[in-house]
Design a binder for this molecule. Sequence first.
Ligand SMILES: [Ca+2]
Length: 99
Amino acid sequence: MAFMRYDYRALPHWGATVEEFRAWLAQFDADGDGRISREELREALRSLDLWFAWWKAREALRDADANRNGLVDPDEMGRLYAFARRNLDLKMADLLQEG
Ligand SMILES: [Ca+2]
């Protein structure tokens, strides 16, 4: 599992708006259909050096995929955004814990 990847533009910060999030995610839309597959989502999460990117991609898709077609459609981006915020806030809390 590769933890360090610098070949993608990183998300600026997690105060990003849903529009910024959507724009950031668009670069991982490999086939350009405007929808994010689990594979594409996994690449996006991996680019953030998230641990267990494959697992989080699965969980994120399960959470965001309201119509159960296996893709994050444009109108489901808000749901994915909310999931990512929750998820990464947790991650940030972990990182900021003083040991
Ligand atoms: Ca969907």
